[in-house]
Each structure stands twice: as C-alpha cells, then as structure tokens.
Design a protein around this ligand. Structure first.
Ligand code: UGA
Length: 422
C-alpha cells in the first residue's frame, strides 16, 4: 500500500518505519525542516530502542521518504496516518489545533477514497467532529480512529508485537482496510465505532495510571504498618484477575501521556456532566507521591535541605528514554532545589534545564549527603557501592524505584530507604 504518515515524532517515526518494514511504501510528512533534513541525512532525531536499524533498513529498500510538504506526502496515498501532538491546553483539555489544521490542509488535496487514520490520542467524539468538518469542507475523504498504544522505550517492539489493534470506523470497509495492515500479527482486532475507539485509549491510560497509583498508596501504607510491598504485590499480582504488571511502586507517573490523558479525561467527563472523582483522586495522589519522596530525602538529610547536597540518579521519566516531560525525577529535584539543596544529577540519556548534570553516577554522589534514585536505569544496579560510600559525605540512599537490594546497600555501609520496605 501507499501510506503517508504525518508527524515525525516518536509515534510517527515508529509507525512509518514499522509500516515500511511490513512492506508498504511510506511518505513521511513533517513540518520542521531541520527534522526532515536530519532524517534525510540518515540521522534519527529521537532516542528509541530499535528505531535506528528499522529506519536504516527502510531507507535501504527505498520504501521510506521524507517531505516538508504534507500535500506532497499524501499524493497517491491509500491511507494517511495522522500522528500529531495533542498536548494539554491551559484547561487540561487536549489541544486539537495541530490535528484540525492538518485535516483542513488535506481535506481537498487527498483522493476521495483516501482514508485519514487518526493515530493521535484524541478525546471521545473528536473523529465524529472531524468527519463533519471534512463534509463541511466538501471533502469525501474517509476517517478512522486507530489509537496507538506504543510505550516510549519499547515502541518498536510494541508496534511489531501489539497486545491488540483497535480500529474505530464509520464503515466496515474502512475498518477492514486498516485492520488488514496487521493481518499477519495474529493478535485480536477490536473493530468498533470511532468514539468507542477513542475511549479505549483514554480508558487504558487512565486505568494504568490509577493502578500504579494504587500500588504507590499500598507501598506507603505497607511502610506505615511494617509490611513489605515487594511481597505484598507479588501476592496480589498472582491473582489471575489482577496480574503482575504495572504494580511497581515509584515516584509517580510521568511522560507525555499519562499526565495529559488523565487530565483530559476528567475534562471530557466534566463536559459530559460526569464528575470523575476517582480519577481526580489519582492525580492528587500522584502529585503527593512526588512530595512524599522529597520529604523522605529531606528527612534523610537531617530535616533541613539548606546547604545539603543530593546526588540524583535519573532524570528521565522512566528508564529506556531520554524524555523528561512531566518526569517525577525532575519535579522532585526542583522541590529539593527550592528548599535549598544542591542537586547533582546523572542520567545515561537525559538532561534537564536548571538541574546540574554530572558525567557519571559516581561524580553525582561526590560530597553528597543523600543519594536519591529516581529512574530505574538497570546500570545503576552495577555501580560499586563501596565507592559510592567513599565519595559521599552522608550515608543515606533513598531508592524511589526499589531498584537496589537493601541488604547489598547496607552491606556496603550505607543506610537504605526504599518504598514500602521496612
Ligand atoms: C503510556 C502507555 O503505557 C502506552 O500504552 C501509551 O501508548 C502511551 O502512554 C501513550 O499514550 O502514547 P509511556 O508514556 O511510554 O506509555 O509510559 P509507561 O511505560 O506506560 O510508563 C508511564 C509511567 O508509569 C512512567 O513514569 C513509569 O515509570 C510509571 N510506572 C509504570 C510505574 O511507576 N510503575 C509501573 O509499574 C509502571
């Protein structure tokens, strides 16, 4: 098939490279000329495991090309994937201006039978509204809601081995055309109406956010009553109705998706006359979790952060990415800095404005009163803890990811505070 992908962000790039890998001819449309130039020069503008070789292979077969002009990219396309950002606006609602602008731009340019595929996360009802917009503009282009479920860091794997495919269409024929792309994957395909497809995406992200916030709450409670959260969640997760995934306590959820999607769903609910109190409580508890970690660090530093140095391992919102958007690590770092601490950070991939980055995990703990582990990079488990102790001024490790083995840390002469572990 001839496929256009509009937007060379992480969803667009992975989708384009993945579709080319499946044998389709893909034209990628991107408004940022620097990004197009870098892609044409063989560079990969984002860090995503497995993306570089997939793009390289696509270039090698000549099945992928890059375009600044969207009308050029969609010429002769059977399907046009819209992979555009939908950031939260000042009210928490999803900002649909990028997607509306591109739909307007393409309405009369695409062939009448072309299917526009909405990959971006958009609030329930958006595809119906865009459909009307196309009709008002005199376009007979078709429209399908086809949400993505890619995780940063494992996006290529998620594209090639998804749990499920969701296609929301007005016509069965359009749903079948999109579903056919994944015929060889052998995974369940949910064909539904566009609004339900959009709802599946928000429901999935909000449920996952609520689930891990619940695990954080259980960790806090376990700490208070003297239970061990690792054992508690192992026991809970073995119930097949619950399962073991997404139950790791941490400093709260971050990234470009959960924070904005939970906020947006609350606004969708409010606009529809439903007060989604449960989800509001999740967002509140998530922010409390960041503050709780900052308080743990403050207590570990003797109750006052003024003039204290905190070594910080991790800036990215999770391991496997350089993304610091809504990162709990950077939020906690700023809470500590605001209370007078000097924060010395190390992250293998990420950096953040206003937070001092050092060249290695050991440099980050030089003269530190407390070490805070905020991102679960596996390489942090192999650092020589004896050397960490030698370089630190203090002796305390606050492990906000339960990444290290408490006995090993204590064996190195350090004090260990995890989450939900006595
Ligand atoms: C999330 C969803 O998992 C994807 O399915 C979805 O496609 C994507 O959002 C999106 O909407 O585009 P992502 O933002 O990459 O993917 O991050 P996750 O891997 O889901 O992690 C989210 C946050 O939860 C991270 O801060 C992570 O550290 C935290 N987390 C996750 C925990 O604290 N504990 C867990 O057990 C799992």
């Amino acid at each position: 098939m001839n496929i256009a992908v509009i937007g060379a962000g992480y969803v667009g790039l992975v989708t384009a490279a993945g579709l080319a890998h499946l044998g389709h001819t893909v034209k990628l449309g991107e408004a940022n000329p620097d990004r197009v130039a870098s892609l044409e020069a063989g560079e990969v503008p984002i860090f995503e495991v497995g993306l570089a070789p997939l793009l390289e292979a696509a270039r090698g077969t000549g099945r992928i090309s890059f375009h600044i002009s969207n009308p050029t990219a969609v010429k002769d396309a059977d399907l046009v994937f819209l992979c555009l950002p939908t950031p939260a606006d000042a009210t928490g609602r999803a900002d649909l201006s990028f997607i509306r602008r591109v739909v307007d731009e393409l309405a009369l340019v695409v062939e009448p039978e072309t299917i526009l595929v909405v990959k971006s996360t958009v609030p329930p009802g958006t595809t119906v509204a865009l459909h009307k917009r196309l009709a008002d503009l005199g376009s007979s282009a078709r429209l399908v809601a086809h949400p993505e479920f890619l995780r940063e860091g494992t996006a290529v794997e998620d594209f090639l081995q998804p749990d499920r495919i969701v296609v929301g269409a007005f016509e069965t024929l359009d749903a079948d055309a999109v579903s056919a792309l994944y015929a060889d994957f052998g995974v369940p395909v949910v064909q539904t109406d566009p609004t339900s497809a959009e709802m599946i995406k928000y429901a999935s992200n909000s449920y996952l956010a609520a689930r891990l916030t619940f695990a954080n709450a259980l960790a806090n409670l376990s700490e208070a009553v003297g239970a061990d959260i690792v054992d508690v969640l192992e026991g809970v997760g073995l119930d097949h109705r619950i399962g073991p995934h997404f139950l790791k306590p941490g400093p709260g959820y971050g990234g470009s998706c959960f924070p904005k999607d939970t906020l947006a769903l609350i606004e969708v609910a409010a606009d529809a006359g439903y007060d989604f109190r449960l989800l509001r409580a999740v967002i509140e508890a998530d922010e409390e979790q960041r503050q709780r970690i900052a308080t743990k660090v403050k207590n570990a530093a003797g109750g006052d952060l003024n003039g204290r140095t905190v070594g910080l391992w991790g800036l990215a919102f999770k391991a496997g990415t350089d993304d610091v958007r809504e990162s709990p690590a950077t939020r906690i770092a700023r809470l500590l800095i605001d209370q007078g601490a000097r924060v010395q950070a190390f992250d293998p991939e990420a950096s953040a404005p206003g937070i001092l980055s050092t060249g290695s995990p050991l440099e980050a703990v030089d003269g530190a009163d407390v070490l805070l582990i905020a991102t679960e990079w596996p390489e942090f488990t192999t650092i020589d803890l004896g050397e960490v102790r030698n370089r630190m001024r203090g002796r305390t490790v606050v492990d906000a990811r339960n990444l290290l083995d408490p006995a090993t840390v204590r064996g190195a002469g350090l004090e260990y505070f995890g989450l939900g572990r006595s």
